[in-house]
Ligand binder design. Sequence first.
Ligand code: B12
Length: 402
Amino acid sequence: MVTIPLGLGVVAAATHRAGHSVTFLDLLGESEPAAAVRRTIAACSPEVIGISIRNIDDQNREAPRFLLDQVRPVVEACRACSSASIVLGGAGYSIFPEATLAHLGADYGVSGDGEVAFPALLARLEAGQDPFGLPGVHVAGRGCAIGPSFDEDLDVLPPWDEALGEVADPASPELWVPVQSRRGCPNDCSYCSTARIQGRSIRARAPELVVEHVARLARKGFRRFYFVDNSFNIPESHALEICRGLRGIDPRVTWRCILYPHLLREELVLAMAEAGCTEVSLGFESGSPEILRRMNKRFSPADIRAASDLLASHHIRRMGFLLLGGPGETRETVEESISFARSLALDSLKVTVGIRIYPGTPLARRAVEDGLVSAHDDLLLPRFYLAPGLDPWIYQRVAGLT
Ligand code: B12
C-alpha cells in the first residue's frame, strides 16, 4: 500500500487556513530527498520548515531499520540552504518528542495534533514571542510546558482534500486514500504507542462530515479508501452512522478499516458490507487466552472467531495479525496462536516476532524489570521484547509457515 502523508496534509491545510503561504513537499516516494528539499527551499524561501516524522523505525526486530537516519540529511539540507526555524511533528515524533528533537537537532517540536498547535507556534514566532508554554510545543533544550496537544473538536479542523490530488494518483492500483474519522483510543494494550500520539479518549468527527469528505474525493475519481482510525468500530454508533452515509454516495467506492474484535455485532458488519467495505485488519495479535490477558486485550479467542466468521459471512476479507514473543510467551502459546489463526481461515496473516518497546507502556516497565533495557534508555533506537527461550526457534517456526 502506498503511504499518503495525511498527517502533514492536514497540518498544511490548517496552516493555510490560518493565513500562511504553504508549500507542501512529499518525500515518501522521493529517491533523492535532500535534493528535493534544496530545490523546494530555493523556490519558496520559507520562514519556517515543518517536518513530519511519521516513522522512527520499521519495527522489525530481526533486521531493524532506524529510519531517522534518513531524516537527518533532510534536516541538514534545510539548515544548509535556509535560516528558517525547523519544527518537527508527526506520529513517530509524538512517541519520542524530546529524544527525536535532540537527535535531529531541530528547533521546535509539536507532540500530538498539529492543526492548532503549529499555527499557534507560527503566530508566536511571527510576533517575536517565546513559544514555550504553548500546549504540545517543545523547545530545543527547554522541553515542553504542557503537552501533548489534543484538539477536542475535530469538526472545526479542515480536511485535506484540495491538495490530495497533487500527491496521489487516483489511478494507482496501490492507492487507498487515508481517511480519519476519529482520534484517540480507550483501549490500553500493554505495548501500544497510540496513547502518546492521540490520547486515550475518543474524539470523533461528525459522521456526516466524514461522509461528505469521502464523497468529495469520490467525485474527484478516488475510489478506494482506508480508515486509519485505530478501531473503526469504537464507538459502534459512530461507525454505523458513517456506514449508512457511505452507502448512498457511489457504488464504486470501496474501503477498508481496522477493527477491534470485541462486541462486534452483525448489524455493523452488514452495514459495513453494504457501504462498500471489502477488507478489514483484525489486530488480534494472539490466540492464547493467557497472552491476550497479559496484553490487556478485552477480547477472547471466541470473540475473535465470532468477529472473523461474521466478516467472512458478509464477504469482507480478513487480514489477521499475530504479534508473538511478548511477556509470558512460550513455544506452547506460539503454537496455540498459530493453530488458532489457521483455524480462522483468514485471507491473509501478518506475523511479527518481538514487540517494539515504546516508552511509558506496561511493556517498557516489564522490559526494565526483566533487565532487557535500562530504565534510562529513551528507547528511540529500536528495542524489542522477546520472551526468553524463543530465539532462534520462533524465527524458524514462523519462516516455515505457508
Ligand atoms: C494507518 C497507518 C499505516 C498505514 C498507512 C496507510 C495510508 N494509506 O496512509 C500502513 C498500513 C500502510 C502503515 C504502514 C507503516 N506503518 Co503505520 N500507522 C498507521 C496508523 C495506524 C495511523 C497513521 C495515520 O494515518 N494517522 C492519521 C494522521 C492524521 O495522523 P498523524 O500522521 O499522526 O498526524 C497528526 C500528528 O502526528 C501531527 N503531525 C503530523 N505531521 C506533522 C508535521 C508537523 C510539522 C507538525 C507540527 C505536526 C504534525 O498532526 C497531525 C494531525 O493532528 C499509525 C498509528 C497511529 N495511531 O498514529 C501507524 C504508525 C504511524 N505506523 C507505524 C509503522 C512502524 C509503520 C511501518 C514502518 C510498518 C512496517 N514495518 O512496514 C509502515 C511504514 C509505511 C511508510 N512508508 O511510512 C508506527 C510508527 C512508529 C515507529 N516505530 O516508527 C505507528 C505509529 C504505529 C505504531 N506501532 O505505534 N501504517
